[in-house]
Design a protein around this ligand. Structure first.
Ligand code: PLP
Length: 426
């Protein structure tokens, strides 16, 4: 018999005219500066509203850029094995090193940074690049000035707003006190550094989300020189480096001198389908110093030890499997699949007469609709084709007039979405 004594009945009726109890804690005023919700939950909210309105529609998401294909077997089974061993006395492990397991740190250094002077101790394992973006913001604090590519991945700006680095938001301009480095077809998606004001910290993502463009060796050399001239620190996001088709650098540390001015964040999310598993890394070279000569890596280590207890041991076993010869091959296969999707999307929009950017070095296609409002375009595409994209202006004022189409999708869905785009824009 089920005991029902745990059910508690609420006798007070909610009253519309009585305001709810308020604490005496004042809201962090920086939170009040943030514009609406974070971009991707907002897209999910609009998708859900659309599905309520059209319950029978087959909605296809080429929006937020989540992985759709399964984790390769060789990688998943390494995680299963580690997971099972946790049930044994011999195999159990609890808290690990906050910086990550020694072998994984060393393997990341030798796989991605061989001959670049990056060693095991420069690599910090994380539970994802986004999480480390916020930890880096805590490291730098609220007094730094920040520059970002415009458009760019929204976590850089939003985390800076939360830290109190910025002023208020102004429509079509962005947040005060942020240096928006315009990246458009007019400048080959690389900022005109002669017109960029000095900032302490420069976020730079290549291949870029959302534009899909990758900076060339010559452009990155200019960026490193710019940072050196200004005494700035670059936070270089290489989360899509393995999607590169041309010989653009896969790491900022390929540029001579970068170790004195750059940190690199990266992730297994888009390589191995780890968006749910959560594993990434951050490289803070020992050569990088603050103005008083204190090593940045020492402070980052202190932040990691305070704000983080290390990445999941199961995820780290997965990371090691990713970097085995079989794992690397399996990741390349999945990346190759998404690159074929990218090609299908590019050809579709090109055949419809659009100017299309990106795609070659990243799983994102950046489609130009000159003079049009991105959110209106997003709504029109969703309403008429039931395909979720992302409005370019969600990535910064410089994204206005563009739509980002993600290549992460099952092949049948990508083909169907492209068929619908052709019907809409024929
Ligand atoms: N950096 C960029 C440029 C991204 O596009 C993303 C995810 O879309 C991330 C970082 C987040 O990566 P992670 O899943 O490792 O937090």
């Amino acid at each position: 018999r089920v005991k029902k004594s745990w059910i508690c009945k609420c006798s007070a009726k909610p009253s519309a005219d009585k305001t709810a109890y308020k604490t005496k804690v004042s809201r962090n005023e920086n939170m009040g500066k943030l514009q609406a919700g974070y971009l991707f939950p907002e897209i999910k909210r609009r998708r859900a509203a659309h599905m309520l309105k059209f319950p029978d529609a087959q909605v296809i998401s080429l929006g937020i850029g989540d992985i759709t294909e399964p984790i390769p077997e060789v990688i998943a089974s390494a995680m299963a094995k580690r997971s099972k061993s946790l049930a044994t006395i011999k195999g159990y492990s609890g808290y690990g090193a906050e910086q990550g397991e020694k072998l994984l740190r060393a393997t990341i250094a030798s796989t991605f940074y061989a001959n670049l002077g990056i060693g095991e101790h420069d690599v910090f394992i994380s539970d994802g690049a986004k999480n480390d973006i916020s930890r880096l913001q805590v490291l730098f604090g609220s007094d730094v000035t920040v520059a970002v590519q415009d458009p760019s991945y929204p976590a850089y700006v939003d985390s800076g707003v939360i830290m109190g680095q910025t002023g208020r938001y102004q429509n079509n301009v962005g947040y005060g006190n942020i240096e928006y480095m315009k990246c458009s077809p007019d400048n080959d998606f690389f900022p005109d550094l002669s017109s960029v004001s000095r900032a302490d910290v420069i976020f730079f993502c290549s291949p870029n989300n959302p534009t899909g463009s990758a900076a060339s060796r010559n452009q990155l050399t200019q960026l490193v020189q710019f940072a050196k001239d200004n005494g700035s620190i670059i936070i270089y996001d290489s989360a899509y480096a393995l999607y590169m088709s041309d010989d653009s650098p896969k790491s900022i540390f390929e540029i001579p001198g970068a170790k004195e001015v750059a940190i690199e964040i990266s992730s297994f999310s888009k390589y191995a389908g780890f968006t749910g598993v959560r594993l990434g890394w951050t490289v803070v070279p020992k050569e990088l110093q603050f103005s008083d000569g204190f090593p940045v890596a020492k402070d980052f280590n202190r932040i990691v030890c305070t704000c983080f207890n290390g990445a999941s041991n199961i995820a780290q076993a997965g990371g090691l499997a990713c970097l085995s010869p079989e794992g690397l091959e399996a990741m390349q296969e999945v990346i190759g699949f998404y690159k074929e999707n990218t090609h299908i999307i590019i050809e579709t929009f090109k055949s419809l007469g659009f100017n299309v950017y990106g795609g070659k070095n990243a799983p994102y296609v950046w489609v130009h609709f000159p003079g049009q409002n991105s959110w209106d375009l997003f709504e029109e595409i969703l309403e008429k084709t039931h395909v979720v994209t992302i409005p370019g202006s969600g990535f910064g004022p410089g994204g206005e007039g563009f739509i980002r189409v993600s290549a992460f999708g099952h092949r049948a869905n990508v083909l169907e979405a492209c068929k619908r785009f052709k019907e809409l824009y024929k």
